[in-house]
Ligand binder design. Structure first.
Ligand code: URP
Ligand code: ZN
Ligand code: ZN
Ligand code: ZN
Length: 476
């Protein structure tokens, strides 16, 4: 026999098919998928389990400084530990450019954070906050060539917001060098206006974070980003879409033949703005502060419709963890004075797949194939990892999650592996849970126990996205 490992007797699910098959692994790669493969040096009995591509979470924040605010609760060690516990084998965090510094400096700093620390494979998106001619003309093309083939821009947040001219320049430059542009669509001025009005009225509790950025704020920004995409002829990915309004903009744009991609996240089908009220408009609502904020139950149904009708290609966590307790927690002394100082973001990398499986597959809203596409395959294809990650097919890395579709779990902080001191899904019940995670042929997690070695995850130089580049017939 030639296999190092054979996963025997499971049900193999890819974005295309579901079939009973064995998976033969050699040298960290999938060597064969078929019935009755010969024995390997090791065998895993996967009877009763789904054998799926390891999760790829293309939207996580690790070790990102919050500009004067509290430090993140996860660096690469705890963040990727949490990722593999949740069935993931690859994460794509961000290398954030601080204004006045270069993209190269950002990339070097995040590599320093990640080196030797990661339990799963990782790549970096760039965050462009200072789009000078040198950054866009020289640094960006060189970095894309070096495997940093996507970037994110923000339409809000003081430290990151770009104006329309800057957005256009970034889109244009990305079109020239084939970078895929991710856009955070929320309008800066509208949020500032709403925030100051709420504060004047004494409405400063965490809940008013959600009130200060209602769906029209997201919809307007999505429309504006789509317009910039049309003008430059450069495709964009609208990330963390929270509800119907922004979704309809994507649908409208696609109907016009524009290449607009969409991402949604676990919080937008499982949390609501009411969660930000806490127990009685108290500070526990701060646990749910993220942007865009979660909406309401009708919104969940709209998002499911968008998932079912192909508006969304990827389902991510937007894992962006902060501590809740303590002087550096979400409700730090300054944050108690107004929601505007509560750090934005929630930890979710470990529960992304279980929530989509339970709410999506088990409740018959999506198929198993769609689950795999939304959690792995589409992330690989869109972000330049196609042919290496995201499928169970010969030649691909043996990144696999063995999934128990019947396991019932109540999510709680006690069973989480992240660095944060809470989970927003405390008490949330799911059916379906990762039984084991296999990274390039090695079992790195089994039954919640971390077996992989810190540092066994490696950096991924990504190819250009097949979705990026300038569209034919653009105005530009
Ligand atoms: O609240 C969130 N999502 N914080 C993370 C940063 C971002 O905008 O993705
Ligand atoms: Zn052999
Ligand atoms: Zn964002
Ligand atoms: Zn994010």
């Amino acid at each position: 026999d030639d296999f190092d490992l054979v996963i025997r007797g499971g049900t193999v699910v890819t974005a295309a098919d579901t079939a009973r098959a064995d998976v033969g692994i050699r040298d960290g790669r999938i060597a064969a998928v078929g019935l009755d493969l010969p024995g390997g040096r090791r065998t895993i009995d996967a009877d009763g389990l789904l054998v799926m591509p390891g999760g790829i979470d293309s939207h996580v924040h690790l070790a990102q400084p919050a500009f004067g605010g509290p430090a993140m609760a996860d660096g690469f060690e705890s963040g990727t530990r949490s990722a593999i516990a949740g069935g993931n084998t690859t994460v794509l965090p961000f290398a954030l450019q601080a204004r006045g510094t270069s993209l190269r400096e950002a990339v070097a700093a995040y590599h320093h954070e990640a080196d030797g620390q990661s339990y799963c494979d990782y790549g970096f998106h760039l965050i462009v906050t200072d789009p000078t001619p040198a950054v866009l003309g020289q640094e960006l093309p060189a970095l894309v060539e070096d495997g940093y083939s996507s970037l994110k821009v923000f339409m809000t947040y003081d430290d990151m917001v770009l104006n329309d001219r800057e957005l256009l320049e970034v889109f244009d430059a990305a079109g020239d060098c084939g970078a895929l542009v991710m856009v955070h669509c929320e309008g800066y001025d509208a949020i500032r206006f709403m925030t100051e009005r709420l504060e004047r009225a004494g409405k400063t509790a965490p809940y008013y974070h959600a009130v200060s950025r209602p769906e029209p704020v997201e919809r307007e920004a999505a429309h504006r980003a789509i317009t910039h995409s049309e003008i430059t002829g450069v495709p964009i990915m609208i990330v963390h879409v929270s509800g119907r309004e922004a979704m309809e903009q994507i649908r409208w744009a696609r109907g016009r033949g524009l290449r607009i991609l969409g991402e949604t996240c676990a919080q937008y089908v499982s949390l609501t703005a009411d969660d930000l009220k806490g127990l009685n408009m108290d500070e526990t609502g701060g646990k749910y502060v993220c942007s865009p904020p979660p909406r309401d139950r009708e919104s969940w149904e709209a998002i499911w419709n968008g998932i079912a009708t192909g508006v969304f290609q990827t389902f991510s966590s937007d894992h962006c963890p902060f501590f809740f307790e303590g002087p550096l927690g979400k409700m730090n002394p300054k944050a108690r004075t107004s929601f505007r100082w509560v750090p934005n973001g929630i930890p979710g990398v470990e529960v992304r797949m279980p929530i989509l499986f339970s709410e999506g597959v088990v409740k018959a809203r999506i198929s198993l194939q769609e689950f795999v596409a939304l959690t792995s395959t589409n992330h690989a294809r869109i972000y330049g990892l196609g042919g290496r990650k995201g499928s169970i097919a010969p030649g691909h890395d043996a990144d696999i999650v063995l999934w128990d579709p019947e396991r019932r779990v109540t999510i709680s902080q006690e069973i989480m592996h992240h660095g944060a001191d809470y989970t927003p899904w405390e008490g949330f019940e799911v059916t379906g849970w990762p039984q084991a995670t296999i990274l390039r042929g090695e079992v790195v997690m089994r039954e919640g126990e971390i077996l992989g070695a810190r540092g066994s995850g490696g950096f991924l130089r990504r190819d250009r996205s097949p979705m990026a580049g300038r569209a034919r017939g653009a105005f530009a």
